[in-house]
Design a protein around this ligand. Structure first.
Ligand SMILES: Cc1cc2nc3c(=O)[nH]c(=O)nc-3n(C[C@H](O)[C@H](O)[C@H](O)COP(=O)(O)OP(=O)(O)OC[C@H]3O[C@@H](n4cnc5c(N)ncnc54)[C@H](O)[C@@H]3O)c2cc1C
Ligand SMILES: *[C@@H]1O[C@H](CO)[C@@H](O)[C@H](O)[C@H]1NC(C)=O
Ligand SMILES: *[C@@H]1O[C@H](CO)[C@@H](O)[C@H](O)[C@H]1NC(C)=O
Ligand SMILES: *[C@@H]1O[C@H](CO)[C@@H](O)[C@H](O)[C@H]1NC(C)=O
Ligand SMILES: *[C@@H]1O[C@H](CO)[C@@H](O)[C@H](O)[C@H]1NC(C)=O
Length: 604
């Protein structure tokens, strides 16, 4: 009786979400008191060679690689708490959003986009925990297209993908022989819903073949994920497994600024831990890996950034650099845009079943290991090599929990819920058309001198007409996707409820879709670019005009790769670690006059 009623599962789900929320607070305070105890350890009076700020994907790789030399002492400083193994359950990540383990960033109200969302803002979750944002991401592993990297290094002589990029991807990805040496585990999804094969078939019917999924070649594939035996796996976990005494990790410690000698040479950082201020020194270098918001923020608080902006905030400017500019993100739309006749075998009922829990804990499989997005597809226009659109396909939408929790995470307010999502009959699914190379650029600026104040984030979504055009192209492709026999067999149809704010326009016309994408603009959560290579840092990852100060994380990507960015960020981190360690990299074997470390070309 109970078990056929969706309302029953929704109430159990709400209970579970609330209990888990309490559990997260408990973990947080437990971590905090553990940390209180560790205060006794005299880490702060030690002299370090390197300080790495931020334990996300990039920071963990750099710290671990630098500490491979046992005589090099490395301190890794993380603002968030340590978390625990329960938080590595893949499906738990949605509940980490808006929790104590999330920075809970919001953009400023958007002018051209997000018009239907609560306050016209986009929610930007980011991990504030050991492991960083990879603790709450969808684990999709994509390398990106070789042309992406050629574009980043177009001003560098001798750049060659096979020599300068590919070896670092191989170094970071797990394979049969490098289980201890790799930086992350990449596996096939251990569990798929019963719709997953239909998605791939539909992709084939569209005329796009199967692809390997990681190299962003046109085609569809099942998602490759950063998991180890069904458990979420991040570079931090790899660091923890191989950690030696010369690498010290401290948590709950917010880095406020970089200490600079004569305005250009980094010699340490200032941070606060349990309300006390500390200064810690590094003799060889400070590496900022605090992410696309955190790194520009620390630089600006240290006086490195746009001069006028810093002066306005009464921060003494030391170096005038375009820090915080060039912000870009994979913009998307289309949550719940498709209705289905029958639900997938992965809804609340399956999620909440004790059987799913057993499958996870005993065998590392089942619905609890789902990354959400089960298939990815890449599309290029005829004359372009680099794909311009990506599909991320999810067998459900935000309506899956009856509006009890998920809608809040993306900023779907009461009015939008009542006017759109609640009116849908039956179940929904989602094909997100992602603009891979948007032209709109935004900014990250300080709101105040206080390091605890979140900065002003403005992605400036859909400021450029190109981004709207590609989203509309994406919606046309979604419609073609729905016309394929496999999707018809699922009874998949375009959700015909008119989007609130666009009621006056005729459904399924160009003006309607323009209105729709401007109202229902979503982030794929892939911001990059705020300390870009070539603008803020040089090819050696050093902040221009400084010494011993590096940035290594998503902020250094000069533009977005053709796919989910964590793979490219980790590749860059491997590259940076090698450069910082040896003061040169592989292609330096082929020196040419413009190389940064020309004098050290013989280091190999
Ligand atoms: C919901 C969601 C889903 C995603 N899905 C995918 C996906 O499926 N595939 C993919 O490739 N990408 C995905 N991404 C994006 C991807 O996770 C990020 O691009 C990537 O993890 C960024 O890594 P990073 O090392 O640059 O920064 P982060 O991982 O954000 O690391 C920064 C670290 O620095 C710490 N920090 C910040 N400021 C300070 C300070 N002042 N002092 C000390 N520490 C500080 C932070 O707490 C954090 O731990 C997703 C993102 C989100 C939010
Ligand atoms: C890049 O290097 C590979 C391997 O050495 C070589 O086969 C290839 O021709 C090079 N590509 C270019 C464009 O030089
Ligand atoms: C496994 O990874 C190592 C680097 O970690 C690489 O040298 C090796 O070629 C890889 N092996 C295979 C089979 O890909
Ligand atoms: C998938 O499983 C669900 C629940 O078991 C069922 O209702 C649905 O018909 C199945 N769909 C397909 C396409 O097999
Ligand atoms: C949903 O079902 C209700 C009641 O059967 C009907 O009035 C409504 O038009 C349906 N909505 C859509 C979008 O099909």
């Amino acid at each position: 009786m109970c078990c056929s009623n969706p309302a029953f599962y929704i109430s159990v789900y709400v209970l579970a979400v609330n209990l888990f929320g309490l559990y997260l607070r408990f973990v947080y305070f437990h971590n905090y008191f553990e940390c209180f105890a560790c205060r006794e350890l005299d880490f702060k009076d030690q002299a370090y060679d390197y300080i790495v700020v931020g334990s996300g994907s990039a920071g963990s790789i750099v710290a671990r690689r630098l500490a491979e030399n046992p005589s090099v002492k490395v301190l890794l400083i993380e603002a968030g708490a340590s978390g625990n193994g329960i938080l590595q359950i893949p499906t738990v990540s949605l509940m980490l959003q808006d929790s104590v383990f999330d920075w809970q960033y919001r953009t400023v109200p958007q002018k051209h986009a997000c018009l239907g969302l609560d306050k016209k803002v986009s929610h930007w979750p980011m991990g504030k925990i050991l492991g960083g944002t990879a603790m709450l991401n969808n684990m999709i592993y994509v390398r990106g297209h070789p042309q992406d990297f050629a574009e980043w290094y177009k001003d560098s002589c001798n750049f060659n993908y096979t020599i300068d990029v590919l070896p670092y991807f191989k170094k970071l990805e797990s394979n049969e022989t490098n289980k201890h040496k790799c930086s992350v585990f990449v596996e096939d999804m251990p569990f798929k819903s019963n719709l997953s094969d239909y998605f791939l078939q539909a992709g084939l019917c569209l005329g796009f073949g199967l692809s390997d999924g990681v190299n962003s070649e046109p085609g569809f594939s099942a998602t490759k994920v950063t998991m180890r035996n069904g458990q979420r796996w991040t570079p931090y976990h790899q660091l923890e497994k191989t950690k030696k005494r010369n690498l010290v990790v401290i948590t709950n410690s917010l880095v406020e600024k970089v200490l600079l000698k004569s305005n250009y040479e980094a010699y340490g950082v200032k941070y606060t831990h349990l309300d006390e201020t500390y200064y810690v020194r590094a003799t060889k270098g400070v590496i900022l890996s605090a992410g696309v918001i955190g790194s520009p923020k620390i630089l600006m608080l240290s006086g490195i950034g746009p001069k006028k902006h810093l002066e306005k905030l009464k921060i003494a400017p030391r170096l005038d650099l375009p820090v915080g500019e060039n912000l870009q993100d994979h913009v998307t739309t289309g949550l719940d845009l498709i209705t289905l006749e029958a639900p997938p075998d992965m809804g609340l009922q399956q999620m909440l079943s004790p059987w799913s829990a057993s499958r996870y804990f005993l065998w590392g499989e089942g619905p609890w290991t789902s990354p959400g997005c089960e298939s990815v597809g890449f599309f290029n226009s005829e004359d372009e090599k680099i794909p311009e659109l990506q599909f991320m396909i999810l067998p459900y939408g935000a309506a899956i929990d009856g509006g009890s929790y998920l809608r809040g995470l993306v900023g779907i307010g009461e009015r939008l819920w009542e006017g759109y999502f609640r009116r849908v009959n039956g179940s929904t699914m989602t094909v997100l058309p992602v603009v891979l190379h948007p032209k709109s650029r935004g900014t990250v600026r300080l709101k105040s001198k206080d390091p605890r104040t979140p900065p002003l984030i403005d992605p400036n979504y859909l400021a450029e007409g190109y981004d709207v055009d590609i989203l509309l192209e994406g919606i046309e492709l979604v419609k073609e996707f729905l016309e394929t026999p496999p999707m018809r067999r699922l009874g998949a149809k375009l959700n015909a409820v008119k989007f609130p704010g666009c009621e006056g326009l005729e459904f399924d016309t160009r003006p309607y879709w323009v209105c729709y994408v401007r109202h229902f603009t979503l982030s794929s959560y892939h911001p990059v670019g705020t300390c870009a290579l070539g603008r803020v840092i040089d090819e050696g990852f050093q902040v221009k005009g400084t010494n011993k100060l590096y940035v290594v994380d998503g902020s250094v990507l000069p533009s977005l790769p053709s796919g989910n960015p964590q793979g490219a960020i980790m590749m860059m981190a491997e590259r940076a670690a090698e450069i910082i360690k040896h003061h040169c990299w592989l292609s330096q074997r082929r020196c040419c006059s413009s190389d940064v470390f020309q004098d050290q070309c013989s280091c190999y």
